[in-house]
Ligand binder design. Structure first.
Ligand code: PMV
Length: 317
């Protein structure tokens, strides 16, 4: 590939989704190069091409006609002062959309980087991240910022937003293997986030207790991850899923994949991201063939899967 493409990473939340919206910690790891984008100047207006999704259109200028991704593209053009430029923008997604894998943030990051390269804007990662966060607000309402941060920096991180924000890279020497099971049911993150918000308003003490429990298992999870204590990490993931279940953000398909993963030897399995639909992750035991076995179990039930390795080698940026 001679062509200059720019990338945004996808992400998997290992532990801490939903609680992270309320200032607790979360651990997330990248899905490398989930989205690639390329911009070429010229033509008339903005020609948007997403071959995998069958999109080949001129970008709508009027807001009410726009899909979420078009709205966020419009914000990017406006913020970067590129509204009058004509170009051909091609986007190549390597992760399915709306599956809780951070695809929307990765589209924003890849596009911003492609525009930066084409128009020589000199944006640093911090600026890319900020702008992608603006886009995430359009897609989600009240995002924690974990998706755009992972998408920009592409490293396993301990993350916290709010008054005392934290972004700490977690160094993982020994590779850890995950299988992602993709339900195929669109996850409406904004919907599950707002259901949790309402439930918390109705039962503040119960929900604060759940968030605190999630927070402490995230902190334990960092030690387990760094120390390669996979059985402990798996147990923490299982408990975390139980708490997510208590918040009622799971679904039939997610539960099925989690049971299959555990039956096929996963050390732990839980939903990842917003839930409602979307994806699960399963932690594989270190023996050879374990990931393939879990993967084929999930696939036999009719779901898509991908394998993701955490740590062990430097991540491609
Ligand atoms: O569904 P995703 O991949 O956008 O993940 C959402 C994670 C939440 O914690 C539920 C929301 C957030 O903004 O952090």
């Amino acid at each position: 590939e001679e062509r200059n493409v720019s990338s945004g990473h996808g992400k998997i939340i290992l532990l801490g989704e939903h609680a992270v919206v309320y200032g607790r910690h979360a651990i997330a790891t990248p899905i490398p190069l989930a989205i690639q984008a390329h911009v070429q100047r010229g033509g008339d207006g903005v020609e948007l091409i997403i071959p995998r999704w069958g999109v080949e259109q001129r970008l709508h200028r009027s807001a009410e006609k726009q899909h979420a991704y078009e709205k966020s593209l419009a914000i990017i053009f406006k913020t970067l002062g590129l509204e009058r430029e004509s170009m051909r923008l091609e986007i190549f997604p390597n992760v399915p959309r709306a599956m809780g894998l951070g695809g929307s943030a990765a589209i924003a990051v890849a596009t911003i980087r492609a525009l930066d390269r084409c128009f020589e804007l000199g944006l640093d990662d911090e600026r890319v991240n900020e702008l992608a966060f603006e886009c995430e607000k359009i897609a989600h309402g009240t995002p924690s910022g974990i998706d755009n941060t992972l998408s920009t920096y592409g490293q396993t991180m301990l993350f916290r937003s709010g008054e005392s924000p934290l972004r700490k890279v977690i160094e993982i020497d020994q590779a850890v293997q995950l299988v992602v099971g993709i339900s195929g049911v669109e996850s409406l993150t904004a919907a599950t986030v707002s259901r949790v918000r309402k439930a918390r308003e109705a039962h503040p003490e119960l929900y604060e207790t759940i968030f605190n429990q999630i927070d402490s298992l995230v902190i334990e999870g960092v030690d387990a991850l760094v120390g390669h204590k996979l059985e402990t990490l798996g147990e923490l993931m299982n408990i975390c899923h139980g708490l997510l279940n208590a918040m009622q953000v799971s679904s039939w398909e997610l539960e099925e994949m989690i049971q299959i993963a555990r039956r096929h030897g996963a050390l732990g399995a839980k939903l990842t991201g917003g839930g409602g639909g979307g994806s699960i992750i399963a932690l594989c035991p270190p023996e050879p063939g374990a990931a393939d076995r879990i993967e084929s179990g999930i696939r036999e039930a009719g779901y898509q899967t991908i394998q993701v390795t955490m740590g062990g080698k430097p991540k491609n940026r």
